[in-house]
Every structure is written in C-alpha cells, then in structure tokens.
Design a binder for this molecule. Structure first.
Ligand code: NAD
Length: 497
C-alpha cells in the first residue's frame, strides 16, 4: 500500500480532486472516500482520487457488460477509426499529460514522460490500424461443407496496471480490448492514477459510454474485487509476480483467460569484443537508469567477460556519474525519483544488503544522501556493485531501482548458464560484433525478448511477454491481441442440407 495515505498535517490547502470514469460519467467512490497522490520528487501531496472498492467495481463491470452488447456489433473498421482519432487527440494535447505524468511518477519529463506519451499515441495508432485484421479462416473439409472460424470478443475485460509506465500500459489494455470488441474496466495504480485518468478523458471523447471504465483505488480493495468479479470474462494484469499469482488464482476460480506481464531480472551479456563507449550507453539504456531502474525490462544483471571487466566498468561508471538527478520537470534532468517511500526503502534495503557482502565492490552510488536537495525526495543515485555473484539476493531478486550488479564470466556457456539461472525470463541483452555468438546466445537465453546490440523499449507490433515467472501471454502486437483478447469460434455448415 502506498505511503500517500500516511497521516496528514493538521492544516494544508485543499488538494485537486480527480474522479473515476464509470459508464461515461466522472464519479467519486460510492462510499465517498479518497486516497492521496504524492509527488515523489518533493514528497508533496498533489491530488486526491477516489478510493474505489467493491461497490464501484460492481457499477463499472455492469456498465461494461451493458456496453459490450452494442460494442461487439460495431464494425471493426469503425472501432479502429475511433482509436486512430484518440491517437491524434492525445498528440495534440500531449504536453499537459507529460507534465502530469512526470509529476506523479517522478520520471524525468525529457528522458521518460515525453517518450512514454509519444509511444502511447503510437499504441492507439497501431491497434487502430490493425483492428481490421480480426480475420477468420476457412477450413477445407470438402466440397459440400463450409467450415470457417470467427475471431469473437470475449466480453468484459478487467485490466490492472502498475505505476512505472502507467499511461502506455493503460493505453495498451484499452487499445487491445477495444479493437477486439471487448469492453474494459481498468484499475489504475494508486501511486500514478492522474495521467491515466487524463488519457481516459481523451478516449472518452471518442468511445461510447461504458466501453472504457477507469477505477482508482488500492490493489487489495479495488483490484482484487475486479479480479474476482463474476462478469469479468478476461483478466489482463501488469505488475509484480507476487500479485500476478493472486490474479491467476482468481482467474482459475472461474476459468477465465488471463494475461500476466510480470517482473524481471534480465541479463545483459557483454562479450570481450564489445568493450566500447556505445555499448556502455546501451547498457545504461537497457538498465533503464533514467527511469530509476523501475522497468520490468531492466537489464539489471550485467555479465561482463573477465578480459574487459574493469575497463568496461570504468567507461560505464564515467557515463553514469554524468547523469543529472533531480526535479523531473527540469529539462536538464536525466533521472528523477523513485515512486514512493515504500519502494525507496525497499531499494535502500537491497543496497544495504549489497554493502554487507564482503566480496562486493561498490563502484558508485550507494545509500542516498540524508541532506541536501536530493534528500527532499525519493532520490537514489545510480549504484553499481562489481564482483557480484549470481547467487546473491541483489542478483536474484527484482530490485526495481537503479542498482546494477556486474558479474564476471570466462566461458560463453558459463555466461548463458548464469543468465538462465533465474526464475524470471522477461528480457535480455547481448553485446558483440560476432553475429554467430550473438545469435547463439539469443537462442539459448530463456526469455521472451532478446535484444542484440541495443537496449531499447518495446515498440507496438512486436509481441512482448515473459518466459517462466515473468508472465503468460503476449501483448503489444496484433498476434498478442488475437491470442489474448479474442476467442475463436468454428462454424461448420452442411451445404447439402
Ligand atoms: P504491484 O503488483 O504491486 O501492483 C500492480 C497493480 O496491481 C496496481 O494497480 C495495484 O494496485 C494492483 N494490486 C495490488 N495488489 C493487488 C491484489 N491483491 N489484487 C489485484 N490487484 C492488486 O506492482 P507495482 O509495484 O505497481 O509495479 C511494479 C511491478 O510491475 C514490477 O514487478 C515490474 O516488473 C512489473 N511490471 C511488469 C511489466 C511487464 O510488462 N512485464 C511492465 C511494468 C511493470
């Protein structure tokens, strides 16, 4: 639960209040409660949003079920056209959205929030474009039989999203559900609901009431009620592996399909021929240092060949030291703040754990400053531990902070074995000029996405999702939408009747 519900000072100015979207109306929680949203860079409270609970889930799911009856009959091209209009409208007023996103998440506006909002528009545009690809097949069963398949929508989708890239992940659930003919009840993360609600305002201008409903509230109260609701026919969850398991249990109770996009502890393997500046930049980008490491895709285990171990780390730490940390709204800032007190303390506890390891060498960063401007917010400097072991807790568990562990290797097989020795399998990065080694490694690594010689983010169109405990199902692509957001029906007609 967020730190934002901590007891407040006795007097403070009234906070801006945002409302939830149910059946085309902007409403508060049925019981009138609110929860507070904090700016993690200043620890100031910035807004209140409704603290939705089971009664609100009930209203939203019923609205979505009513809207489904006509939405499923709307021509796919028309559904697609609405998504394309949403993309244009979002772009036209994106700056306000970027500022709101940077303020509530602590993600720097130049390096994170603007690129996220740009990708959000691309997500709507992509799914608007491919909506017409909901094609079926004909099955050749003989001259006197017509057998064909239809891709039909599933019904009401329950979507639950995290706070780290809330707008693009929300957009993904909205666009995939709507293009496929489903209606959606989306639960925003309690720490970052404002930009998602603002995006929903734009969607609402183009979608019929009830096709998209957005709830705010805590996971245990609002998210769990949504996951359990009997009228929800499909669950799509992005968040931690632990909560993902509980969502999967809820899905198993009613046998509804579930997509899970969960955590990661992704390896970045650098071969000896890749000891150069561009690779150091790519490792920093893959580790998502400028999002404070708060990315499921972060390449947080760096496997460096022994020959280049020290020289590469020298380049890497030189570049990290040049990153500017501070106010997310300042154009000069590269790296902002950790989302909330709980995550901040969690990241610090992992750093303390690393500091206790006798063999670990702290190359930079460490525990955050207690004084000075950075102490005003949840700021953690880029932190690099060298000489780490793959068995250590800091090398096994998802820290979700700017903490990189560097592990040496000598043989290719050893690097692959360590890379795969994880219960996660979401992403991976391989750095070498040798195409044979690169592809051998890419094929041997157990993860849903391997990038060779780049450390970029997902693009609409490529299927994204995890192996092992990083998740089930694929999203972000046409195939992902077809597999996860439609159900296939076969119709067989006897032509001799
Ligand atoms: P989280 O699992 O704590 O919360 C995610 C969402 O689930 C929030 O909206 C929360 O309110 C809700 N929730 C919490 N408890 C719930 C419950 N019992 N029932 C239903 N809903 C509940 O995760 P987080 O801290 O917000 O986000 C960080 C995690 O998300 C990391 O593990 C990260 O790797 C993962 N993530 C994965 C992807 C991906 O695509 N694989 C993308 C982004 C983040």
């Amino acid at each position: 639960m967020s730190s934002t519900i901590a007891a407040q000072a006795v007097t403070r100015p009234a906070l801006q209040r945002a409302l939830m979207l149910i059946d085309g109306q902007w409403v508060g929680a049925a019981d009138g409660r609110f929860l507070e949203v904090e700016n993690p860079a200043s620890r100031a409270l910035i807004a209140e949003v409704p603290r939705g609970g089971p009664e609100d889930v009930e209203r939203a799911v019923r609205a979505a079920a009513r809207a489904f009856e006509s939405w499923k009959l709307t021509a796919v091209r028309d559904r697609g056209r609405m998504l394309l209009r949403i993309a244009d409208a979002l772009e036209a007023k994106s700056e306000a959205l970027c500022r709101m996103l940077a303020t509530e998440t602590g993600n720097a506006i130049r390096t994170q929030s603007r690129p996220e909002v740009r990708t959000t528009a691309e997500v709507f545009r992509y799914f608007g474009g491919v909506a017409s690809e909901l094609k079926g097949e004909t099955v050749p069963l003989g001259e006197h039989v017509l057998s064909y398949t239809r891709r039909e929508p599933i019904g009401v989708v329950g979507g639950i999203i995290p706070w780290n890239s809330p707008v693009v992940l929300g957009a993904l659930k909205i666009a995939m559900s709507a293009a496929a003919g489903n209606t959606l009840v989306l639960k925003a993360a309690e720490d970052a609901p404002l930009a998602v609600l603002e995006m929903a305002r734009t969607c609402q201008e183009f979608l019929p009431p009830g096709v998209l409903n957005v709830l705010t509230g805590y996971g245990e109260e609002c998210g769990a009620a949504l996951a359990r609701h009997p009228l929800v026919r499909k669950l799509t969850f992005t968040g931690s592996t632990e909560v993902g398991k509980s969502v999967m249990r809820a899905a198993s109770e009613r046998i509804v399909p579930v997509s899970l996009e969960l955590g990661g502890k992704s390896p970045a393997i650098v071969f000896p021929d890749a000891d150069d500046e561009r690779v150091a930049d790519g490792v920093i980008s893959g580790m998502r240092f400028t999002r404070q490491g708060q990315s499921c895709t972060a390449g947080s285990r760096l496997f460096l060949h022994r020959e280049i171990f020290d020289s590469f780390l020298h380049k890497l730490t030189g570049k990290l030291a040049a990153l500017r940390i501070g106010d997310p709204l300042d154009e000069a800032t590269d790296m902002g703040a950790i989302i909330n007190r709980k995550q901040f303390e969690r990241v610090c506890s992992y750093i303390e754990d690393g500091l206790r390891q006798k063999e670990a060498r702290l190359l930079m960063g460490g525990l955050p400053p207690r004084e000075g401007p950075l102490a005003a917010g949840y700021f953690v400097q880029p932190t690099v531990f060298a000489g780490a072991r793959n068995e250590w807790r800091i090398a096994r568990e998802e820290i979700f902070g700017p903490v990189l562990v560097a592990i040496p290797w000598s043989e290719e097989a050893e690097a692959i074995r360590m890379a795969n020795d994880s219960h996660y399998g979401l992403a991976a990065y391989v750095w070498t000029h040798d195409i044979g080694k690169a592809l051998r490694a890419a094929h041997a690594i157990e993860s849903g996405w391997v990038q060779v010689n780049q450390g970029l983010g997902q693009s609409p169109g490529h299927s994204y999702g995890g192996y092992k405990q990083s998740g089930i199902g694929r999203e972000f692509s046409l195939e992902g939408m077809l597999d996860s957001f439609t159900q296939r029906k076969s119709v067989t007609v006897n032509l001799q009747f």
